[in-house]
Write a protein that binds this ligand. Structure first.
Ligand SMILES: [Zn+2]
Ligand SMILES: [Zn+2]
Length: 289
């Protein structure tokens, strides 16, 4: 059981008191952020927004995998693909207003935005509070390598904020800030274990497939979830390591989630959206849980 509490490492930046002080929603450094919710802390719900719902190739101009979740006390990203900083800026979300980044697996369309996120936090949003980045084993080294490839010297530079890397052990719950994260191994080659993630926050369970072909692990991760976000890369084309809509539908009855939304869509399925009987994500789509 890993335990990292970013809330305890600073003067309560994510506390509801700080964030509801009568002057709108403020980020850690007092800047206005694009979360419009003036409800008291007790009534807060979990707000989820798809910042990127596309595949690795940006089909139809969609951004790569990135989902923003505002769970009140903790705000986090589920995946941070190479295009995610652009998607965040389009949505008016500052890198200073994210407590935790959760990564499903180490492919560029899921973690490649981290170097840009870190550099923006350092140079543009001027973050000062710790950032937690959690993902599969190998995450720490892969992020450092990516930073060095893109911006030599950037991984070792001194910053005003600390980064805590958490490498999640398969099948073991980790408590990260206000989140309980349960990683389940899926079938997807990425040079490291690839995970589906089950995240409990503010009494809500969000399950996320990451990238994978069909595996019974998805039943486990989706079971009882308030929302299951699942890859559906193709309509019916079969490809190793990935899931298509027809296969997902064939297993739909096995999924014990309350709500299911598909994402990570390529051109093949985007051309046939009229035939889809499930909820389909789009960039900017907001879901209240
Ligand atoms: Zn992948
Ligand atoms: Zn992907």
């Amino acid at each position: 059981m890993n335990e990292i509490d970013p809330m305890n490492l600073s003067a309560g930046p994510g506390s509801s008191e700080n964030r509801h002080n009568g002057s709108g929603n403020l980020d850690h450094q007092g800047r206005a952020v694009a979360v419009d919710d003036a409800s008291p802390a007790a009534e807060r719900k979990v707000r989820l927004r798809f910042l990127g719902s596309g595949d690795n190739f940006g089909s139809e101009g969609r951004f790569q995998a990135c989902i923003h979740v505002d769970a009140g006390a903790t705000r986090f990203l589920l995946d941070c693909g190479a295009s995610s900083l652009i998607a965040m800026k389009r949505a008016g979300i500052s890198t200073a207003a994210i407590d935790v980044i959760l990564i499903s697996h180490l492919h560029g369309d899921h973690f490649g935005g981290i170097p840009f996120f870190i550099l923006d936090a350092q140079l543009i949003s001027r973050r000062e509070v710790p950032l937690v980045i959690a993902g599969p084993p190998g995450l720490t080294q892969r992020v450092r390598e990516a930073m060095e490839v893109f911006y030599p010297g950037s991984s070792a530079v001194e910053r005003k904020f600390r980064i805590d890397y958490v490498e999640l052990a398969e099948g073991e719950s980790a408590t990260i800030g206000g989140l309980t994260v349960f990683p389940v191994r899926v079938v997807h080659g990425s040079g490291a274990p690839s995970y589906a993630l089950r995240v409990e926050c503010a009494g809500t369970i969000i399950a996320y497939s990451g990238d994978t072909e069909w595996t019974d692990a998805l039943r486990k991760v989706a079971d009882g979830a308030d929302l299951f976000i699942c890859e559906s890369y193709f309509f019916e084309k079969r490809m190793k390591n990935h899931l298509n809509y027809r296969t997902l539908m064939a297993h739909r009855a096995e999924l014990g989630c309350k709500r299911l939304i598909i994402t990570h869509m390529g051109e093949d399925i985007l051309d046939r959206l009229g035939e889809i009987e499930l909820e389909v994500a789009h960039d900017g789509m907001e879901v209240i849980l």
